[in-house]
Design a protein around this ligand. Structure first.
Ligand SMILES: NC(=O)c1ccc[n+]([C@@H]2O[C@H](COP(=O)([O-])OP(=O)(O)OC[C@H]3O[C@@H](n4cnc5c(N)ncnc54)[C@H](O)[C@@H]3O)[C@@H](O)[C@H]2O)c1
Ligand SMILES: [Zn+2]
Ligand SMILES: [Zn+2]
Length: 348
């Protein structure tokens, strides 16, 4: 049997092709029929050739929601027909890293979907270590919106909010208002900080951050952006600083904004050398965290969505049927011009 799949065919190109439908290879596998997949900035990095492990011929995607189509004989807790969220991280649960909760570095998993093995932007996907890499998706959660729970929400929460130590009454600045920054904003609010400020270059995204609960926003294109931000804290700086862009300029800004005793959480993926100003920071009693998402909070975040505490409805702004998946990539590549945040591909 064949299926439609979005395949990375060479530098800068993605094509909708017929590929064989995946089957169970290991008893711990499941095959999922996709309802919705989404495109991530990381997929664009693959198209640019920035991810050497992702080679032409690969089916893209590490985000999606679907229905279990086949289950291997050793998969506990999942049945054919279950509606599931696919985690961006594959976890065996048993290796030395999984045992320590550092699932991102699982010896037979981690970020493999749409990277080392075929991913979710297809009618079907094979999920290794399915028992720990799929989450039952409650009926009350709309499946298209839930694609943001595969990666953006656990990343914003774990690599951003938790690593930056967001606290009751504290102050938070989030640099970068893409899906990850927005997810950090929404989950930071759950910890009731007294001030959340969002920084971006894109006024549409800043307006959205306002609607999602930011107390203030600052456009970092302004020459006095850093001073404007410090003024919002009476010159003290921010207790929690979250970098969600991944370029030297934004990490430099984060270093200017951290308060004495605060924390910088780097979330952005960096492709070039970045300066660390120890000469200014050595005596500030701060910490700096950096991490690849483990996605070990996903089940808890899903419970918050189910209870109505966390509203994930605003991240997916555009959706396209499978037949227009290449257009979906074009729109996502010009996200700012189209006022797009997350773009979903619908398979059902
Ligand atoms: N650590 C992890 O495990 C992990 C997981 C997923 C994504 N990421 C990374 O997190 C980052 C954010 O992801 P995303 O999907 O939200 O990306 P995105 O590209 O959609 O968003 C980045 C935002 O940064 C803004 N920006 C660019 N330059 C800026 C500047 N000079 N000042 C302020 N804002 C600026 C852009 O306008 C955009 O809104 C990316 O680097 C991504 O690769 C990391
Ligand atoms: Zn992603
Ligand atoms: Zn493991």
């Amino acid at each position: 049997m064949s299926m439609k799949a979005l395949v990375y065919t060479g530098p800068g190109t993605v094509e909708l092709l017929d590929r064989p439908k995946p089957t169970i290879r290991d008893p711990t596998d499941a095959v999922v029929r996709l309802l919705h997949a989404s495109i991530c900035g990381t997929d664009l990095h693959i198209l640019k050739g920035d991810v050497p492990s992702a080679q032409p011929g690969l089916v893209l995607g590490h985000e999606g929601v679907g229905i279990v189509d086949q289950v291997g004989s050793a998969v506990l807790g999942l049945q054919v027909g279950d509606r599931v969220l696919i985690s961006c991280m594959t976890s065996c649960g048993a290796c030395r890293f999984c045992a320590r909760g550092i699932v991102a570095h699982c010896e037979t998993g981690g970020w493999i979907l749409g990277n080392r093995i075929d991913g979710t932007q297809a009618e079907f996907v094979r999920i290794p270590h399915a028992a720990l890499s799929l989450h039952p998706l409650p009926e009350s959660i709309p499946p298209r919106a839930a694609v943001a729970m595969s990666d953006s929400f656990p990343t914003g929460y774990e690599c951003g909010v938790l690593s930056a130590g967001v606290q009751l009454g504290g102050s938070v600045v989030i640099v970068g208002a893409g899906p990850v920054g927005m997810a950090a904003l929404l989950t930071a609010r759950l910890h009731s900080p007294s001030l959340i400020v969002v920084v971006d270059l894109d006024e549409t995204r800043l307006a959205m951050a306002h609607r999602l609960g930011a107390h203030a926003t600052v456009n970092s294109a302004a020459p006095d952006a850093s001073q404007k931000l410090l003024d919002l804290t009476q010159g003290q700086g921010f207790d929690s600083v979250i970098e969600a862009v991944g370029i030297p300029a934004t990490f430099a800004l984060c270093q200017e904004l951290v308060a004495v005793g605060g924390a910088i959480a780097n979330v952005g993926v960096h492709g070039t050398k970045v300066d660390l100003h120890l000469e200014k920071l050595w005596d500030r009693n701060i910490s700096i965290h950096m991490s690849l998402v483990n996605a070990t909070t996903t089940a808890r975040l899903l419970r918050l969505v189910e209870s109505g505490t966390l509203d994930i409805g605003s991240l997916v702004t555009h959706n396209f049927p499978c037949a227009q998946a290449v257009t979906a990539y074009d729109i996502f590549q010009a996200a700012s011009a189209h006022q797009a945040l997350k773009v979903a591909i619908d398979f059902a």
